[in-house]
Write a protein that binds this ligand. Structure first.
Ligand SMILES: Cc1cc2nc3c(=O)[nH]c(=O)nc-3n(C[C@H](O)[C@H](O)[C@H](O)COP(=O)(O)OP(=O)(O)OC[C@H]3O[C@@H](n4cnc5c(N)ncnc54)[C@H](O)[C@@H]3O)c2cc1C
Length: 418
């Protein structure tokens, strides 16, 4: 930490597969924590009540199930209903949802352009009310919708069984769950048909909530460092166009968000369509910042504020001038070469900064430490926050449990720029 209280490094504490904690020091952090499953308020999953993401892991534990109840009307719900109906020919599958019918996903050509990288620019610069309108217009490209072929397939099975008089795929449309009793004697749910209020009690082996996912809030991973990051009035994290979080001026580290940016960058944020472009943009910004020596806080502030669309181009132009000047000074001081070495993971401990301190333990997680740093460790590929990736396509329903990982800020003497 300098006299001005600058924070130059983050210590990221990660739990490894064997439970041990490992600390990695970084100037820059990219948070790509993906989506987390959402259950209705008050619902906790157990051996009979599942979120759809648990389906494939928990199915093998079942013995001769007689009835499943599946709640939801999105792609996951339709896939779960179809899968259970096909995999358990002796079981009844009751699909419960509030709509009259499943809604087809809009994958028409013009609407698909909302996933173009150009649309990200449009969305980012749009006023808030336009953002909201665009999200609402095109939510049916991704949310609470089902591929038309799957809708038709489910309807075909349902209709065929109805004609044959042995209805195993039961559709409780325009309905809601009015009650769930789950005790040692079994699982009982009550389904209410919304137009008439008629109630149907059902005994079931399993209740599957296909109630969707939401992006992990990136700031919840940051411990106290999260308090130095800015939020928008709506609660979302304030992001630059380069996905860098706007932070308090004293935090000189770059923190980027990969994924949880739908509120600022649009519908493609949580999907695969624009991932390659997005991570390229993050890599370019990150590289640029690492090459450039640290700037005074006011200048960093301009950068994040301008990136978030708050300031007119004036300060940004000035910022560019400052950056170029600083870059020239940095070249002279050799810091550029050090930055490149850091990028390549070739940082030499002790070079150019004091080496002291200790490795972080469990008690350090999430704390902002104000002391001299230990040497920057060489990166150990595969040991940091990376875990087995969860399903990345619509048809993959299971995601393995994730161990926790947090970052905390590390104050460090700010390198001088000249
Ligand atoms: C059911 C489902 C269907 C989908 N279908 C489609 C589709 O059809 N088309 C499409 O384009 N996109 C689809 N997506 C979205 C797609 O999965 C994402 O776009 C993609 O996986 C994003 O990649 P990612 O690396 O950002 O996140 P993820 O693939 O989610 O990876 C995030 C990783 O971070 C780990 N993690 C989280 N928190 C921590 C922590 N604290 N410490 C350590 N590790 C952590 C997780 O365990 C996970 O391994 C679907 C998503 C789901 C859930």
């Amino acid at each position: 930490m300098e006299a001005d209280g600058a924070i130059e490094f983050l210590d990221v504490v990660a739990r490894q597969g064997d439970g041990t904690l490992v600390t990695r020091r970084a100037r820059t952090l990219v948070l790509a924590a993906g989506l987390e499953p959402v259950l209705p308020d008050g619902i906790v999953s157990d051996e009979r009540v599942w979120h759809s993401e648990e389906l494939l892991a928990k199915l093998p534990t079942l013995r001769d199930p007689r009835r499943f109840v599946v709640v939801g009307a999105g792609q996951s719900a339709a896939e779960v209903a179809g899968h259970l109906h096909g995999a358990f020919p002796a079981a009844e599958v009751c699909a419960v949802f509030a709509k009259y019918g499943y809604t087809p996903a809009d994958d028409s050509s013009f609407a698909n352009r909302i996933f173009d990288s150009e649309a990200v620019d449009h969305f980012y610069t749009a006023p808030d009310e336009v953002k909201e309108r665009l999200r609402a217009y095109h939510a049916s490209t991704n949310y609470s919708v089902v591929d038309l072929e799957l809708i038709d397939e489910l309807y075909r099975r349902h209709y065929q069984e109805k004609v044959q008089g042995k209805e195993r795929l039961r559709i409780f449309n325009a309905s809601r769950l009015a009650g769930v009793e789950n005790d040692s004697s079994g699982l009982r749910v009550t389904v209410e048909f919304l137009p008439t209020g008629e109630r149907t009690p059902l005994e079931a082996d399993v209740l599957v909530y296909a109630t969707g996912y939401r992006p992990t809030d990136p700031l919840t991973l940051l411990g106290e460092t999260g308090g130095l990051c800015e939020r928008l009035p709506g609660g979302g994290v304030r992001l630059g166009r380069d996905y860098r979080i706007a932070t308090s001026p004293e935090l000189r580290c770059g923190i980027y968000v990969q994924g949880a940016s739908e509120h600022t960058h649009g519908l493609t944020s949580t999907l695969l369509s624009n991932t390659a472009v997005r991570v390229g943009e993050i890599a370019a910004s990150l590289t640029d910042h690492l090459r450039t020596p640290r700037l005074p806080p006011a200048c960093d502030r301009w950068c994040s504020a301008q990136g978030a669309g708050l300031l007119a181009p004036g300060p940004a132009r000035r910022h560019g001038v400052l950056r170029r000047r600083a870059r020239r000074r940095g070249r002279r001081s050799g810091r550029l070469r050090a930055g490149r070495r850091l990028l390549r993971g070739e940082h030499r401990p002790g070079a150019g900064r004091p080496a002291a301190g200790r490795a972080a333990g469990a008690g350090d997680v999430g704390r902002v430490r104000r002391r001299q740093p230990p040497p920057v460790p060489r990166p150990h590929p595969g040991q940091d926050l990376r875990l087995p990736a969860h399903g990345s396509a619509r048809r993959r329903l299971h995601r393995p449990a994730r161990p926790g990982g947090r970052a905390h800020a590390h104050h460090h003497p700010r390198p001088t720029t000249g």
